[in-house]
Design a protein around this ligand. Structure first.
Ligand SMILES: *Cc1c(COP(=O)(O)O)cnc(C)c1O
Length: 296
């Protein structure tokens, strides 16, 4: 790992005193994955680093929406490693507009942005589509790009996230994490010890995630691993959606604990844990870890 990509691992684990948990005999801990790396925070470092090793200096090609944290992390990795990156972005209407701050950051880090229609984007896992796409985005005189799927979740990424589970051996009973593609949950659950369990909090609406986590565990390990489940009903209407209640909860959590609370994933996870604890979902004595997967 070149010096600029060196991570802070294991990430810090810090207890939090909060009456909403203490009152139910639940001990809340924060796993500060947001502190792993300034440009590749949280699960993005854990997922990308094995892929960067596999890419062995080839250009990186990956996929994301206009606000994708994964695209930003990939662009930053490309800058730090001095390798070219191409981002295939959902929505060809964006090509005609000024870049939003997230895509502008990608471009400033040297990422080539290739906008495609939503119809084309839906074919991103189709090998025939990829084969047709590569010549269109390939960089002259450079080797064929190493393709990282949307959200960075593939078998290598899932394996990279098993370390998150191993870092929690002996110190927690339940480890909760926000789920976009589910790759982090898949690896976390596999890395935990027997008797520990993982809880995923989906931030998207749709109910496809269970299958997706199983598929990723099959790809990485050949079958389902670890004990895990999903806490549905905390997505606030879908990806990037928030409610006034969620935002008030996040403001309050920041004020109480001095933790910068990322709103689209981390706030939903902490909120879910608060509600589930109030409902008595965790028996007294439970050590409950919330993985802080990113920063605002
Ligand atoms: C990308 C991301 C996630 C989702 O991770 P998956 O492995 O795709 O489920 C969670 N939290 C934050 C802050 C992220 O940026």
């Amino acid at each position: 790992m070149p010096p600029d990509l060196r991570p802070r691992l294991p990430s810090p684990l810090t207890p939090v005193r909060d009456p909403r948990f203490d009152g139910h005999g639940v001990r809340l801990l924060l796993k500060r994955d947001d502190l792993i790396h300034p440009d590749l925070p949280g699960n993005k470092w854990r997922k990308l680093s094995p892929n960067l090793r596999a890419a062995a200096g080839r250009p990186l090609l990956t996929f994301g929406g206009a606000y994708s944290n994964h695209l930003r992390a990939t662009a930053a990795a490309g800058r730090l490693l001095g390798i070219p990156t191409v981002g295939v972005v959902r929505g060809d209407e964006l090509a005609a507009r000024p870049l939003n701050p997230s895509l502008a950051r990608c471009a400033a880090d040297g990422m080539r942005l290739h906008f495609v229609s939503r119809t084309d984007y839906r074919r991103r896992h189709d090998p025939a589509y990829l084969a047709a796409l590569l010549p269109a985005v390939s960089l002259p005189d450079l080797p064929e790009p190493y393709v990282v799927p949307e959200g960075g979740s593939n078998a290598l990424a899932v394996e990279g996230c098993t370390r998150l589970g191993r870092e929690l051996h002996g110190v927690t009973d339940v480890a909760a994490v926000a789920c976009g593609t589910g790759g982090t949950l898949a690896g976390l659950a596999a890395g935990l010890a027997p008797g520990q369990r993982a809880l995923g909090v989906p931030v998207l609406k749709g109910g496809f995630l269970e299958q997706e986590v199983v598929r990723l565990q099959e790809a990485a390990f050949g079958g389902r691993r670890g004990e895990w489940s999903l806490a549905d009903g905390f997505h606030c209407g879908g990806y990037a959606r928030t409610t006034p209640e969620l935002l008030a909860f996040a403001d309050d959590f920041e004020a109480r604990h001095g933790l910068p609370v990322e709103r689209l994933y981390v706030a939903k996870t902490l909120h879910a844990l608060t509600v589930l604890t109030a409902q008595g979902a965790f028996p007294p004595g439970t050590r409950l870890t919330a993985v802080v997967t990113g920063r605002p």
